[in-house]
Design a protein around this ligand. Structure first.
Ligand code: HPA
Length: 234
């Protein structure tokens, strides 16, 4: 047990998928895992452990934003010895060739700040995905025929941005989408020698204003969960 995770030692698998939304953790566990068992409900941040094709996996909600994800990822790594952490979440599309429902596999995650940025002082650390996971996810997405983009994303501190000029610079530099968690996950994984990846479904688009209809969310989210599970155990 940790401050924020009530699971007993051994209840958390080496491989952890992390959606922001705890209800999505429950849905993904019930839909894709065998023998899924609730292992955490502290603060309603649900976590489940089960198996996928015989491999043990935990699906643990991270909450929204890097400070929240940082709490769960730190405890999963330091207290439960998680080795592979894959964020599964949504993002806003930032390029004209990226459409709602597409999947983005994040090679790097740019930030203004993150919970870790204080330790780097004048250095702009480049939070980067684990290449083997990234390559496996790209292969899994290709096999499924999912429209997928691979490249840089922007991990923002805010959902309601008041600085449109920052978004413009991200777009200008080829950033594919904006979300709020991946950079801290990549930084923590680098610090502790673990594997990390963020796989994102484009749920809305900053330029076109298009948004994924509620009835499409489950199917699109399911594609991403399966890509993550295939990548984790390939
Ligand atoms: N901004 C930040 N995070 C997000 C967005 C967005 O537009 N869409 C989904 N997550």
């Amino acid at each position: 047990m940790t401050i924020h995770i009530g699971a007993a030692p051994g209840d958390i698998a080496e491989t952890v998928l992390m959606p922001g939304d705890p209800y999505r953790a429950r849905w993904a566990a019930e839909t894709f895992l065998d023998d899924a068992k609730l292992v955490n409900e502290v603060r309603g941040m649900l976590g489940f452990t089960g198996t996928y094709k015989g491999n043990r996996v935990t699906i643990q909600g991270s909450g929204m934003g890097m400070p929240s994800l940082s709490i769960y990822a730190n405890e999963l790594i330091s207290q439960y010895d998680a080795q592979t952490l894959i964020r599964i979440g949504s993002c806003g599309g930032m390029q004209p060739h990226v459409s709602v429902r597409d999947v983005i596999i994040a090679m790097s995650a740019t930030t203004i700040t993150s919970p870790s940025s204080g330790i780097f002082r004048e250095v702009n650390f480049a939070p980067t995905a684990s290449y083997d996971l990234l390559a496996a996810a790209v292969a899994a997405a290709k096999t499924r025929g999912t429209t997928t983009h691979v490249g840089g994303i922007y991990s923002s501190d805010v959902f309601y941005a008041e600085r449109p000029d920052l978004d413009e610079q991200m777009v200008r530099h080829g950033i594919l989408g904006v979300e709020m968690e991946a950079a801290e996950l990549y930084t923590l994984a680098a610090r502790h020698g673990r594997r990390a990846l963020a796989i994102l479904t484009v749920s809305d688009h900053l330029q076109t204003g298009e948004a994924l209809p509620a009835e499409d969310r489950e199917q699109t989210f399911g594609d991403m969960v399966e890509i993550a599970l295939e990548a984790a155990f390939s």
